[in-house]
Design a protein around this ligand. Structure first.
Ligand code: GTP
Ligand code: NAG
Ligand code: NAG
Ligand code: MG
Length: 434
């Protein structure tokens, strides 16, 4: 009897021990055994339930699908999140920095409060799919930042299914309210219509389009205050049909955040003057009414060749932007947008969001808060930014033809940007001027 009960006690102890070991293993490999169901279970929602989405730290399908679930061969799951000391994970910016060449798995270290953002129609689904695939392959598969999609019409199931399947981070879908996509009441509809007819006759690109104007006004003044965007501090704008040609080895959001950058670009050029004949008058009026918003060390030299009297039409191309949402939500930027909006040029002309953003950044930010990402190679029809410097291109496994690089050609404003900022042009630029 006594011997028998001792045996039972032993069995019970062993059972406990086995359970404890099992629990320990399953807990330490929690993220793996959770599989992709947990992160994906939260994806594709329209609601604003954001819970743990910001600084999201779940491994994703790329991680889980790529390997077997063999914990022995699996590298430790990197620490990822908000509360990690950035000093523990220095940004590897050049090939000589430790960790630069490691592009495998989920990158450890902190994440910035940031998201990708795309304005698109349902019919753009396959073109945005191409863009997403490249952004994920070249960068986001290792970082898993969220992606916000915005539309003036409800997104359909195909759009949501396709984009959610391609994004490694969480996806959110927002419907733009009428107050952000339509004619404000102070616009004279007849006058606006006459302008469109006239521009159509003069064959000005998108000159007769109403929706293009709503799009430009939305991107100028409203995307950064959509409810879904209020959950973030930084954004990276991605349009349908764009390409990324080089690996991105470090987190550009972290670069922006840690270096105090508020706006960035890869391509710059001259605007068609027919679309903005009175934009500079409007800007001049704003500067006079709000001298308090003009930065002391501004980039007026980028915008004007005569100290501000006239606009030289230089702007950063806004279909690519990584920037600060807090800056766009600041009183300075809102005062600027509202002042321009009242003057009516989004409808009585065809002001683009590119010159609107660029003029704001150049006048209201100190020079050193604007950044040129030479190492992010990019294409949006018809222009290419392919990094200058053969060593850089091979280090980053670029697949762009350097002959197509637009930076140093006559119609680009990037040379002027370098001059205004006293920057030295990258070696080899002379070979790409035509
Ligand atoms: N939801 C929605 N999105 C739009 C509309 N018009 C444009 N967009 C989006 O707004 C962005 C800019 O529009 P684009 O048509 O690419 O304008 P663009 O870049 O000046 O011109 P392209 O050279 O044709 O690319 C893209 O992300 C489009 O998908 C619209 O009417 N509704
Ligand atoms: C992983 O996910 C698949 C499909 O969602 C499910 O069938 C499987 O049981 C999951 N595995 C684990 C370990 O949770
Ligand atoms: C991210 O930024 C938004 C907007 O400022 C803020 O409301 C939110 O609390 C931030 N999230 C985190 C985790 O810091
Ligand atoms: Mg476009």
């Amino acid at each position: 009897m006594a011997a028998g009960s001792a045996r039972y006690v032993r069995y019970i102890l062993i059972a406990f021990f086995v359970l404890a070991v099992f629990y320990f293993i399953s807990d330490s490999s929690n993220a793996i055994s959770q599989n992709i169901t947990i992160p994906h279970g939260n994806k594709g929602t329209d609601d604003h339930a954001h819970k743990d989405a910001v600084l999201n730290n779940q491994p994703n399908s790329h991680d889980a699908a790529g390997d077997t679930h063999n914990t022995k061969n699996k590298p430790a799951i990197p620490k990822v999140g908000a509360n990690i000391d950035p000093a523990e994970y220095p940004l590897a910016m050049t090939p000589n920095d430790p960790g630069f060449h490691d592009l495998s798995g989920i990158k450890g270290g902190p994440r910035v409060n940031a998201t990708f953002v795309t304005l698109a129609r349902n019919s753009d689904v396959w073109e945005i799919a191409k863009s997403i695939r490249q952004v994920e392959d070249r960068f986001n598969r290792r970082y898993n930042y969220d992606w916000v999609f915005l539309n003036d019409q409800p997104f359909d199931d195909t759009f949501k299914k396709v984009t959610t399947s391609l994004c490694s981070g969480k996806t959110h879908y927002g419907l733009i309210g009428e107050e952000h996509w339509g004619f404000p009441d102070f616009i004279d509809q007849e006058k606006a219509k006459k302008v469109r007819e006239d521009m159509k006759e003069r064959k000005i690109i998108y000159g007769d389009s109403v929706s293009y104007r709503h799009m430009c006004r939305f991107e100028s003044g409203f995307f950064f205050r959509q409810p879904l965007m209020m959950n973030y501090e930084y954004y990276w704008r991605v349009e349908p049909s764009v390409e990324l040609f080089c690996d991105i080895h470090y987190d550009p959001f972290r670069f922006m955040h840690e270096n105090g950058k508020k706006y960035s670009f890869v391509l710059s050029l001259y605007e068609y003057i027919e679309t903005i004949p009175t934009l500079w008058d409007s800007v001049t009026k704003f500067m006079k009414n709000h001298p308090e918003h003009i930065a002391e060390d501004n980039s007026m030299g980028f915008l004007s060749d005569d100290g501000g009297k006239t606009y030289n039409k230089c702007h950063f191309w806004s279909n690519f932007e990584i920037g600060s949402l807090s800056w766009l939500r600041s009183k300075a930027y809102i005062d600027y947008f509202e002042s321009l909006d009242r003057d009516g040029g989004f409808f009585y002309e065809r002001w683009g969001d590119a010159p609107v953003h660029s003029i704001a950044a150049a006048l209201m930010l100190p020079k050193d808060q604007i950044h040129f990402f030479n190492d992010i190679a990019y294409y949006h029809v018809p222009f290419t930014h392919c990094p200058t410097g053969e060593k850089l291109r091979t280090d980053l496994k670029c697949h762009c033809d350097p002959k197509n690089n637009f930076d140093w050609k006559g119609y680009s404003c990037t040379s002027r940007y370098f001059e205004v900022n006293g920057l030295e042009k990258p070696e080899g630029w002379q070979d790409q001027t035509d």
